[in-house]
Design a protein around this ligand. Structure first.
Ligand code: ADP
Ligand code: MG
Length: 570
């Protein structure tokens, strides 16, 4: 190799490498899943690029990944003939972490090994997982379409730096050579590797091959040949059929979970999924997953999200966000369309009738998957809600057509429970409504305590009317887009003249009228004194323990919204 250069890893990579050796030890075989997964991605990318430039195949169109064992040198090589990398790509992809949310991830590390290993599992370590089992990693790569002398060699022993050098590499693609640690020699065992591949890589759409030794000639006692010698050959060891193309009944939960990990880069199991094959007007297959845990950058709206898009089984792009509305951005999955053109680009997707139909259909699928979870498994649903509820609350504003269904999925804290746990559905609320009550009452505040202790609630508590308590930033936004549920209007208890309608009995009404008359002069005086600050001073019957409170006019912004806008600098 000529022109060897030494580069330092990005700080985050160093931290990651440091952590990994200790933290992922209990589940070290994941390195193989990560590296085979990268090789499969590289095959997908080449297939797609070759659609418009078949010369990239260089007369070698059978894409495969090979595992090569070398007992003498104690190396395991994962070799692919996929898209490959240029020198610059190698330096960028194998020296930094491009993943969004990286910063917040490293901010959350505590130094506590048990906790950090949980976190690192969620974050995913990708290529760097090679260092779990190897004390030196050599990468040889050559990008498709480049001449053989444009190969690159990357090498590191996983401390602070790596080297890159130019090499000659006739074969297209990437070899990852793992120099196994003395303690990890088990990964030189043929059967061990085959069983790991079976576990992790059956659903990967590219063939994974291992060398099968030939048998020597066999003879009987007399020297007669009973079996001819056979030659060694590459043998495919995974099923290599794209999982979503198989029939639902033939796929085990484990296989669904493994596939989820492949496409999501998550280390944990998904919470649930929905697999659908649709024929007729539109032909497509979707496989959509709800993760168990929110990623670190859930609230970064620029965060990459969306589905892995295939057209007629050919991978087209990652993170095709056009098929999922923003409020469902936590969903991971695959969409394989038979109707989109193979040369589809993000620009074409942007303004496309098929896209918007698919987006509608996918949204519906997710909402009914959530509906089903909510009906069948309360505990699981609340787990989902705690992770993703605040994202789902963006739904009524973004997806007006589905707002009733989304509303049914919301969960709130309420005066019915003595807790800030968000467990009350609107259905629960309707079931508990008082005779004569025709409104859904709620309050928004800065915190649970502020909501729960608001003087506005006194009259409701006295009358035993339930009030939904809200204090999340997004709640005000949510309630400005949610006017009713099942024909019952939402009413903020802090706004305007509170008309409890049928709920006020005749006697109270009469007493109130008398009080109104008697106290009219007092109100005038207060109003004059506060004239610059308030619009109106009113006698109220909604407070039972507190003498007075400030309310917003019915058509004005609520006090909470005013605070929100002030904090946003308006
Ligand atoms: P991720 O797969 O989540 O992007 P990885 O750490 O696994 O993260 O890989 C980082 C990047 O390195 C990949 O996105 C890809 O660009 C590049 N890469 C890794 N392995 C290969 C490979 N076998 N062939 C081509 N590119 C690869
Ligand atoms: Mg990867």
């Amino acid at each position: 190799a000529v022109h060897t250069e030494t580069h330092g890893f990005q700080t985050e990579v160093k931290q990651l490498l440091n952590l990994m050796a200790h933290s992922l030890y209990s589940n070290k075989e994941v390195f193989l899943r990560e590296l085979v997964s990268n090789a499969a991605d590289a095959a997908d990318k080449l297939r797609f690029k070759a659609l418009s430039n078949s010369e990239l195949y260089e007369n070698e169109g059978d894409l495969r990944v090979r595992l090569i064992l070398d007992a003498e040198n104690k190396t395991l090589t994962i070799s692919d003939n996929g898209i490959g990398m240029t020198r610059d790509e190698v330096v960028e992809h194998l020296g930094t972490i491009a993943k969004s949310g990286t910063k917040s991830f490293f901010g959350e590390l505590t130094g506590d090994q048990a906790k950090d290993s949980q976190l690192i599992g969620q974050f995913g370590v990708g290529f760097y997982s090679a260092f779990i089992v190897a004390d030196k990693v050599t990468v040889l790569s050559r990008a498709a379409g480049q001449p053989a002398d444009q190969g690159v060699q990357w090498e590191s022993d996983g401390d602070g730096s790596f080297t890159v050098a130019e090499i000659n590499k006739p074969g297209r693609g990437t070899d990852i050579i793992l120099h196994l640690r003395d303690s990890e020699q088990e990964f030189l065992d043929d059967w061990r590797l085959r069983s790991i591949i079976g576990k992790y890589s059956d659903h990967i759409s590219v063939a994974v091959e291992m060398w099968k030794q030939g048998e020597p000639e066999q003879t009987d006692e007399d020297g007669n040949v009973t079996a001819e010698a056979t030659e060694g050959e590459w043998e495919q060891v995974n099923k290599a059929t794209a999982l979503w193309t198989r029939a639902k009944g033939d796929i085990s939960d484990e296989e669904y979970q493994e596939f989820y990990k492949h496409i999501s880069h998550d280390y944990q199991d998904a919470l649930t999924w929905s697999h659908n094959k649709v024929e007729g007007n539109q032909e497509y297959t979707s496989l959509l997953y709800v993760p168990a845990k929110a990623p670190f950058d859930m609230y970064n709206r620029e965060q990459s999200h969306g589905l892995k898009l295939y057209v007629q089984r050919v991978f087209v792009m990652d993170d095709a966000e056009q098929f999922m509305p923003t409020y469902l951005r936590f969903v991971k999955g695959v969409l394989d369309s038979n109707d989109l053109p193979l040369n589809v680009s993000r620009e074409i997707l942007q303004d496309n009738k098929i896209t918007s139909q698919l987006r509608k259909a996918c949204s519906k699928r997710v909402l009914s998957m959530l509906d089903k979870m909510a009906k069948n498994d309360d505990e699981q649903y609340l787990g989902f809600w705690n992770e993703f509820g605040n994202v789902l609350k963006e739904g009524p504003a973004e997806d007006y057509g589905n707002r009733e269904q989304i509303a049914g999925l919301l969960r709130f804290a309420s005066t019915h429970n003595d807790s800030d746990a968000q467990t009350v559905s609107l259905e629960n609320y309707l079931e508990r409504m008082k005779e004569g009550q025709d409104k859904i009452y709620y309050i928004t505040a800065d915190s649970y305590a502020a909501a729960n202790h608001s003087p506005h609630l006194e009259i409701f508590r006295k009358k035993g009317i339930e009030v939904l308590l809200m204090w999340e930033r997004v709640d005000e936004w949510l309630m400005s887009h949610l006017n009713e549920f099942k024909d019952k209007q939402f009413v903020s208890v802090t706004k305007g003249e509170l008309d409890l309608g049928e709920l006020d009995d005749e006697e109270t009404k009469k007493a109130q009228e008398e009080a109104n008359e008697a106290l009219a002069p007092l109100l005038e005086r207060v109003k004059t004194a506060l004239s610059d600050d308030v619009k109106e001073v009113r006698l109220t019957h909604r407070l039972t323990n507190t003498p007075s409170c400030v309310v917003a006019d019915e058509h004005d912004m609520s006090t909470q919204m005013i605070k929100l806008m002030r904090s946003a600098g308006q």
